[in-house]
Design a protein around this ligand. Sequence first.
Ligand code: AMP
Ligand code: MG
Length: 332
Amino acid sequence: MDDSAASIADFIGPLRVAPGSKVRLGQDFDPRYRAGLKKRDGVELLRSGVALLAEYQERLAAQDTQGVLLCLQALDAGGKDGTIRHVMSGVNPQGVKVSSFKVPSSEELSHDYLWRYVRRLPARGEIAIFNRSHYEEVLVVRVHPENLIRQKLPEQAREDDVWARRYREINDWERYLTDNGFRVVKVFLNLSEEEQRIRFLKRIDLPEKNWKFSAADVRERRHWDAYQRAFSEMLSATSTPWAPWYVVPADRKWFARICTAAILAHTLMDIDPRYPVVSEEARQDLRTARRELEEEAPCGAAADPYEAGHGSAGGGTEAGRGRAKGRRGGRG
Ligand code: AMP
Ligand code: MG
């Protein structure tokens, strides 16, 4: 592990839920924790995090063998949308797909509960982001059991402990994904009750934020304690060695964004995707194509204007893009 990977691992260590541990949210995680950082430090840290993600995402896409799923969970006003906007601001939109999960449609309710999430999984080479995720199935559905009734389960599937069974099924599903080359990264943005109150008031007070507020949000807030319990149980039961949970302090938006970028970067660095190596046969093809293009140079033009502008070609052994990168990195 190089220095930056080690310092990222140290930084996110305290946020990780140890698999098998019993979480009591209110006592174990402080929504205002900020690792001694100031907002001022945060700007530069986020900038370097975003740049790191952009580079790794490009490599992930080029390697094209593994995918990453980032699941974001939070209570209302927890900062999911802003976190996605900031953390992914540097990456190529072609390599990322974001899915937001709302109240399920009647079509979705006619299928098994994981169906709609399966359809939005990343392909190899992609990062997918779930804004809310399959974890709603053990959160809102648990806090409001009428949601479970709408899912039209056969009787025996409702009888035994439905939540323990769902935890197991989710863990198994994530293990299956991990074993097949898809990493599952799980972030819970942990907001305090007081900070949620302040953010709701801001949404009411500022006309340009009104659209973000709904009366249902305040009704949902009345179930605060039930949600804290459901989150605590979910974190205890589904933080696994292959897909651990991270509880990100969310009362300071800037800090939540740095943490989320660091957690995603940590996974990508662990995957360490590489640009594919060009085979000798493909290199031979490149040399042949190069000769052909050079012979087409108009009278008076350089045979290879790109090379003329960038110094010696080093034998034309790599694809143009890889070559340009190598040069900028000082390796060519
Ligand atoms: P928002 O994220 O503010 O657009 O709201 C989406 C709403 O959809 C939230 O109130 C969630 O609780 C609700 N929701 C998301 N997933 C489910 C689900 N599986 N069952 C019931 N409600 C859900
Ligand atoms: Mg909402």
